[in-house]
Design a protein around this ligand. Structure first.
Ligand SMILES: [Zn+2]
Ligand SMILES: [Zn+2]
Ligand SMILES: [Zn+2]
Ligand SMILES: [Zn+2]
Length: 758
């Protein structure tokens, strides 16, 4: 995909420890707003298909028929004929599950970057004994991250002041009263961000790590005081100073659960979440001060050893102005600090070196927290309905879907929201039984022909993966995670994050009952462009967690992706409707309310070439495979009498591809000097014990080992990186000789050519 994406502006990401961190694409908050208010611009609708009763007989045939249209949108909706109504077969009384807790704004990649930044700022001030309060302007919490980035981009504080750019900054932040809000923003920047920015600059220059002569120290101090931050002004940072605090929140409704954010005070009307009060109102947690401050400790004996000497100027004079760091016990004159202090800070105080060490510590990796509570369906439904009706202050079914959609994206984008959803996700049908009738669970309807007809129904999601034309049925290994359906119990706002399917397979999702599920999809052809934008928008996150998209914990406002020219389509899946996702299509979404869905992966023959591309891609990412693609293809070849001619043709193409690769790579191995070879039936080894040491791909057709450690294996791409031993020490492991392939190819070709004879 070489789609042109307009880069709004490039900002240098100034991460102290992450020098190699790529440049990020910063999104102006104003670009997601209209007239000072957050607005979600609704993406175009994905196609909806209504098969006739005749067309509906064969799911894979029907999906192949709509493929040329539907793969262009990544996702599509299929509405079954009106008489198709499978009974719901979950044992409702015994169905119990423990949902995941989802803090919505922490799921959003760009909001998470902002929260991480706030955590750093809060830590920076806290370590100096000052508690930051998040200012409020035009009824919303000031987005300090965007303010910091925009001022940095406009040339820094001094330039923004001298060039009178504060109105422009306010406009880029999405404020309506640009002039007056610009002035207020200037004050907040000067107060909270400029010292941090100067501090960041000192990290860059590493002033503290260089041995410096006294003269240069004086210069540094003068540079510092040449900014508009005169010591007198800085004295206003004292937490006791409650003047000018009208623009801050004195009595926050809640405090965040994050370690450092807990110390932050946000303004927020707060969501109406009575059902969650115990989780929302976390209460004021005062930080413990166990360590007694040594600040201004007077030595009892006047002794050179006990005396305090400033680490900067080397003098021990003016002892009453010497601060002792609570981190490293070194001492400094208040006036010798990079940002000098005029009053003794309250609480703990740390020197710059210790502040640096604390602030650059990476934030905790992000993942879902498991809720403590177990629910029955009935209990979950009551909680879910109570939450939604209280939140919107009306009966659940009267809330329009577009209203929930606007509210959802507003919540995930706001730094000061605490909305929490619970999602009964990834409930395996092997543990809980399927929502569709199966021969195992007939709900006491053994003689009911209506029930029985749905056991064999091809749209019953238990059957789709094992249909004759579904290639996953040829995998012998236990991949029940991909072949057996999963179930999802949703409530309003519960979220499934951006992801595509393992091995880029298809997925099909059926909504058994309840309120709609809202989906957003990206066509598979735009998958790489999508990944690029995700990484460019939030490089801070991807830098620390490169595998973020595979961990299924990230959402990003589709509007940000649309601005980067990524095609996005949406749909509201209602009860009784299917949604199909196509190979490599990224999708995300949320539930409108209490509902019950079931989903499974499947792969018709047209997926085969995507499947090979995918394992090659996984190899480049060192991502572990769910199964061996080569093994699947070889299994299909050995039972090719069962294949449809069209499928045989696609298997032939893929096998041909595999054989070409094997010929080239085996020759390279021979040329390198490997002469030993062993026949191995890899299919009898568990997958964990047959992975390439370098790229983690699951080995099947061939592998290379070395006598120095026969347990270690490499694929034909990476055999030279297995160890440092000479080629003669290595052993080639093969499942098939090259001579075995031509007969196999001929056999599949013969099956495929029947298609042309018909
Ligand atoms: Zn000094
Ligand atoms: Zn220190
Ligand atoms: Zn490899
Ligand atoms: Zn070796």
């Amino acid at each position: 995909m070489t789609g042109k994406r307009d880069v709004k502006c490039k900002l240098e990401i100034d991460e102290p420890k992450a020098k190699e961190c790529p440049e990020g694409k910063f999104i102006d908050p104003a670009s997601l707003m209209e007239k000072g208010k957050f607005v979600f611009k609704v993406p175009p609708e994905a196609p909806v298909f209504e098969p006739t009763a005749e067309e509906f007989k064969d799911p894979l045939k029907y999906i192949a028929k709509i493929r040329s249209v539907a793969q262009e949108t990544g996702i599509c909706k299929i509405r079954p004929p009106s008489n198709w109504h499978p009974p719901f077969c979950v044992d409702v009384d015994n169905f119990k599950f423990t949902p995941r807790i989802q803090k919505l704004n922490e799921l959003d990649a760009s909001t998470r970057v902002k929260l991480n930044f706030l955590e750093k700022i809060a830590k920076y001030w806290h370590l100096q004994g000052i508690r930051i309060k998040i200012p409020v302007l035009e009824q919303r919490a000031v987005d300090l991250y965007s303010l910091y980035k925009i001022v940095e981009f406009e040339g820094g504080f001094n330039e923004v002041c001298s060039e009178r750019k504060w109105s422009k900054v306010a406009s880029r932040m999405g404020y309506i009263c640009e002039k007056s809000s610009g002035t207020v923003l200037k004050g907040h920047y000067e107060r909270w961000l400029n010292p941090f920015s100067l501090f960041h600059a000192t990290i860059k220059d590493e002033i503290y790590y260089k041995p410096v002569k006294r003269e240069t120290l004086v210069n540094i101090k003068e540079e510092g005081s040449s900014t508009s931050n005169s010591p007198n002004k800085r004295a206003r940072l004292s937490p006791d100073d409650e003047k000018d605090m009208d623009d801050y929140i004195k009595d926050p409704f809640y405090l965040m659960e994050n370690k450092e954010l807990r110390k932050l005070q946000f303004f927020g009307a707060g969501p109406k979440m009575a059902g969650f009060s115990s989780k929302c109102r976390i209460g004021h947690l005062k930080t413990k001060e166990t360590k007694k401050s040594k600040r201004n400790r007077k030595p009892t004996v006047v002794d050179d050893l006990e005396k305090y000497y400033c680490q900067k100027c080397g003098s021990g004079k003016y002892e009453e102005t010497i601060l002792i760091c609570d981190g490293c016990d070194l001492s400094f004159h208040m006036q010798c600090l990079i940002i000098p202090l005029t009053t003794v800070p309250k609480g703990e105080w740390r020197c710059h070196k210790c502040v640096i060490n604390e602030v650059i510590k990476p934030s905790d990796a992000f993942g879902f927290e498991q809720a403590q509570r177990e629910y029955t369906l009935q209990q979950f439904g009551e909680m879910a309905d109570q939450f939604k009706s209280k939140y919107f202050n009306m009966p659940v079914h009267l809330v329009p879907t577009d209203k929930v959609e606007q509210e959802y994206w507003k919540i995930v984008s706001s730094i000061d929201s605490t909305v929490i959803a619970e999602y009964g996700a990834d409930l395996h049908t092997m543990d809980h039984g399927s929502g569709f009738p199966t021969s195992l669970a007939l709900c006491g309807n053994e003689d009911n022909t209506f029930y029985k007809s749905y056991i064999e129904d091809h749209w019953n999601l238990n059957n789709i993966p094992i249909l004759k034309d579904s290639v996953l049925s040829f995998i012998n290994a236990d991949i029940s995670g991909m072949k057996v359906p999963w179930m999802y119990v949703g409530m309003c706002f519960s979220t499934f994050c951006w992801h595509n399917e393992d091995h880029w397979s298809y997925s099909i999702n059926y909504l058994h009952w309840g309120e709609p599920k809202t989906w957003y999809g990206v066509p598979g052809s735009a998958a790489e462009a999508f990944e690029d934008v995700m990484k460019e928008t939030t490089p801070e996150l991807f830098h620390s967690q490169p595998d973020l998209l595979h961990q299924l914990v990230t959402i990003l406002n589709p509007n940000i992706l649309m601005k980067a020219n990524i095609p996005i389509y949406r749909t509201d899946q209602r009860a009784g409707e299917f949604v199909v996702t196509f190979p490599r299509s990224y999708h995300t979404g949320f539930n409108q309310g209490y509902n019950f869905a079931e989903a499974v992966n499947f792969a018709p023959a047209d997926w085969i070439s995507m499947g090979r591309e995918c394992v090659n891609h996984y190899s480049s990412l060192k991502r572990i495979c769910v199964f061996s693609h080569d093994e699947l293809i070889c299994n299909m070849v050995s039972s090719c009498d069962d294949l449809a001619p069209k499928a045989a043709e696609l298997v032939y193409d893929d096998l041909n591809e595999m054989v070409k690769f094997e010929r080239v790579q085996r020759k390279a191995l021979l040329d390198w000097g490997v002469t030993e070879a062993d026949f191995v039936e890899f299919e009898h080894q568990v997958d964990d014990l047959r992975q390439c040491m370098v790229c983690n791909t699951t080995l099947y057709v061939s592998a290379v080992s070395c006598l120095c450690d026969p347990k270690r294996l490499a694929c034909l791409r990476h055999f030279k990186q297995l160890c440092n031993c000479p080629a003669q020490m290595h052993v080639f492991k093969y499942r098939y000789t090259l001579d075995e392939f031509p007969p196999l190819l001929r056999k599949v070709k013969a099956k495929a050519e029947i298609a042309y004879d018909d």
